[in-house]
Design a protein around this ligand. Structure first.
Ligand SMILES: Nc1ncnc2c1ncn2[C@@H]1O[C@H](COP(=O)(O)OP(=O)(O)OP(=O)(O)O)[C@@H](O)[C@H]1O
Ligand code: NI
Length: 340
């Protein structure tokens, strides 16, 4: 039995309505004047829901479109980007906002920081070098929550929430370790009390104990009822905290579902390949390379590597020539036409 993915309800948060509902979102970048030098298909027909309590990890090889997807949700793409589809934010205390068509004034005034908090990839470089962590937090709290009675107290509360020692607040960014700067970045993302948090590679450059502490912190945000989307290369970190997982390949989602079951029993050969490349999977890299996003094939973009994984040549299975729609099966979804 199959159905459209938009109505898939993740097992982890069955009853809650989605805070963010992404429906066939596509992003392409025009190259050259008016696209005369072609285009990059960075995100193609991506659909998923994000509910309170969910920590959805988005995984996939470098360049597959993960960051572009996050930037699209925040209206942070450059002028050569063209968007299609919809992404609707629905919170209990404000009218729904459709992010793809929203004006910049709405994104800046209502969405960024207030409804959607962003933990950026390189937190240390994101912080202003000449100001202490406390002064940056205070400024952000004052800007995002002008009505708050005691902004200085709220800054201390945020610091405690993310596990920062109070003394650290009076340090400058260059005096912070990578893990501490990451905590300041999470505190900044929480300053406007956003119901949705996007974290783009929040653990890059951290050693394992700090990776664990950072992802546990994000898991805590989901447990308190926020919806968290975490982009990561680190499948071990994803496995530790994710409630759900979305796997992206060459601009499309190829698998989506509850993390425990996707990791235990991957349905898409690409997901299986990613798991096989982990130490416990035997360090077997996926043969071949992803296609250029300027020249995506009409059928399944993974088909040549899929054939190599299966031990044959890169010939395309006849079933792999059609469009690889993400098709729902219960609370999981997969974009593969070969039976698994
Ligand atoms: N402004 C732009 N113009 C043209 N192409 C772009 C632009 N921004 C990003 N791209 C391309 O879009 C594709 C997706 O990039 P993206 O940064 O989303 O990858 P990613 O999955 O986040 O990779 P990584 O894991 O390395 O961060 C890449 O091929 C990238 O070169
Ligand atoms: Ni990225």
């Amino acid at each position: 039995m199959t159905a459209a993915v938009g109505d898939a309800a993740p097992a982890s948060a069955e009853l809650a309505a989605p805070l963010l509902s992404v429906d066939r979102l596509s992003v392409r970048f025009l190259l050259g004047r008016k696209g005369k030098r072609g285009e990059v298909r960075a995100v193609t027909d991506v659909s998923f829901d994000l509910r309170p309590g969910q920590l959805l990890t988005l995984v996939g090889e470098s360049g597959c479109g993960k960051s572009v997807l996050a930037s699209a949700l925040l209206g942070l793409l450059p002028g050569n980007a063209r968007l299609r589809g919809a992404a609707t934010l629905s919170t209990s205390d404000s009218d729904p906002v459709e992010l793809v068509s929203a004006a910049e004034s709405v994104l800046a005034g209502r969405v960024r920081g207030r409804l959607v908090g962003l933990v950026p990839q390189s937190s240390a470089t994101h912080l202003t070098p000449v100001r202490t962590a406390r002064s940056q937090l205070l400024e952000t709290v004052r800007a995002l929550r002008p009505g708050v009675d005691d902004p200085a107290g709220l800054v201390e509360h945020l610091a405690e929430r993310v596990g920062l020692e109070p003394a650290v607040l009076d340090r400058y960014p260059h005096e912070l370790s990578g893990g501490t700067a990451q905590r300041v970045a999470v505190a900044l993302a929480l300053a406007g009390d956003p119901p949705v948090v996007l974290a783009d590679e929040p653990t890059t450059g951290l050693d394992r104990p700090l990776v664990d502490r950072t992802v546990d912190l994000l898991a805590g945000l989901a447990e308190e009822g926020r919806a968290v989307l975490m982009i990561t290369h680190d499948l071990a970190a994803a496995r530790r905290v994710a409630t759900d997982v979305a796997v992206m390949y060459a601009s499309r989602l190829v698998e989506l579902g509850p993390a425990d079951r996707v990791f235990a029993d991957p349905w898409h050969p690409y997901t299986a390949g990613l798991l096989g490349a982990l130490p416990e999977g035997g360090f077997t890299p996926i043969p071949g390379h992803p296609p250029e996003l300027t020249a995506l094939p009409d059928g399944c973009a993974f088909a040549p590597r899929c054939a190599l994984l299966a031990g044959g040549g890169p010939e395309r299975d006849a079933r792999c020539t059609g469009a690889p729609e993400l098709v729902r099966h219960g609370d999981r979804a997969v974009a593969c036409r070969r039976p698994c």
